[in-house]
Design a protein around this ligand. Structure first.
Ligand SMILES: NC(=O)c1ccc[n+]([C@@H]2O[C@H](COP(=O)([O-])OP(=O)(O)OC[C@H]3O[C@@H](n4cnc5c(N)ncnc54)[C@H](OP(=O)(O)O)[C@@H]3O)[C@@H](O)[C@H]2O)c1
Length: 264
């Protein structure tokens, strides 16, 4: 049965995975709240989705990299779409920083921690409460296969994604039986603007590279099923790698991760 939420809120909707999630949901007739900083990108996407699919789209231009992102977003939502709460929330906004930690720009590092960890948690807290109260809703937190193991050269980024993964898995258990669904989407390296933003010299991290379509279509297929798994790794090679990372002792996984990062 195709999952067709009445209203979906997607953060980081101005490019990459977030923009494609918005497209896929609009194709199904879902109204949207699209959140990011680049107004031109959001307006362009909103116009396209209204024209092609006749859905209502609310672009919300907001820098989520700040304290109180969750309440601020709910306030913006109340102003944009009074009386409506999202049935689906995709906590997708995030970025990474390549290079040894001691060479990372300190301000950019803090901005990443604030967005990937603090804002994501604040938004999760803010949207999950009304979902649990009404006994329905779906929350997707975008983690990464990087969250399954440490990655020298991308250390703080994958640590933020380990946080997202652990948080979401625990929440999956906390909301069990309430009618609310939670999952962590864990893409492997995917061809988006991520690598330009992260400052990768080679465009992609080692490992199996997926397209945004592979990732988002796997998510949508999972959303169509009644139950969601605690985490979802979209493609088979990355799934095998993630399971291996969970079962391998760290002293073995760490040198493997270091070798993969050196090749990237
Ligand atoms: N691509 C990969 O290989 C990969 C793999 C695993 C996980 N992921 C995760 O997937 C998610 C989406 O990334 P992507 O690959 O689609 O990369 P992307 O194309 O760079 O998209 C990132 C999105 O986040 C938004 N964003 C960044 N900083 C923000 C801020 N301070 N406030 C609000 N929005 C902000 C960006 O919009 P604005 O710049 O307009 O604000 C953009 O829409 C991220 O959480 C990333 O960590 C990506």
């Amino acid at each position: 049965m195709p999952y067709t939420p009445a209203l979906a809120l997607v953060t980081g909707a101005s490019s990459g995975l977030g923009a494609l999630v918005a497209r896929r949901m609009a194709e199904r007739g879902t109204d949207l709240v699209l959140v990011a900083r680049r107004r031109d990108r959001l307006d362009e996407l909103a116009g396209e989705l209204r024209r092609r699919h006749g859905v209502t789209v609310h672009p919300v231009v907001m820098d989520l990299g700040r304290a109180g992102a969750g309440p601020a977003l709910l306030e913006a939502l109340a102003a944009e779409a009074p009386g409506r709460s999202p049935d689906l929330v995709v906590n997708n906004a995030g970025f990474g920083i390549y290079g040894p930690l001691v060479e990372n720009d300190p301000e950019k590092l803090e901005a990443m921690l604030t967005l990937n960890v603090t804002a994501l948690t604040s938004i999760t807290r803010a949207v999950l409460e009304p979902m649990v109260r009404r006994g329905s809703g779906t929350l997707v937190n975008v983690a990464s296969t990087g969250g399954f193991q440490p990655a020298p050269g991308l250390a703080a980024y994958v640590a933020t994604k380990a946080y997202v993964l652990h948080l979401s898995e625990a929440l999956w258990q906390e909301v069990k039986g309430t009618g609310v669904r939670v999952t962590a989407l864990c893409p492997g390296p995917t061809s988006t603007e991520f690598f330009d933003v992260a400052g990768s010299e080679h465009g992609v991290l080692g490992g199996n590279v997926t397209t945004p379509e592979q990732v988002v279509d796997a998510l949508v297929a999972a959303l169509d099923r009644r139950r969601l798994p605690p985490y979802l790794v979209p493609d088979v090679p990355n799934r095998i790698q993630s399971v291996a990372a969970r079962v391998l002792p760290r002293r073995l996984a760490l040198p493997v991760a270091a070798r993969v990062m050196r090749q990237s």
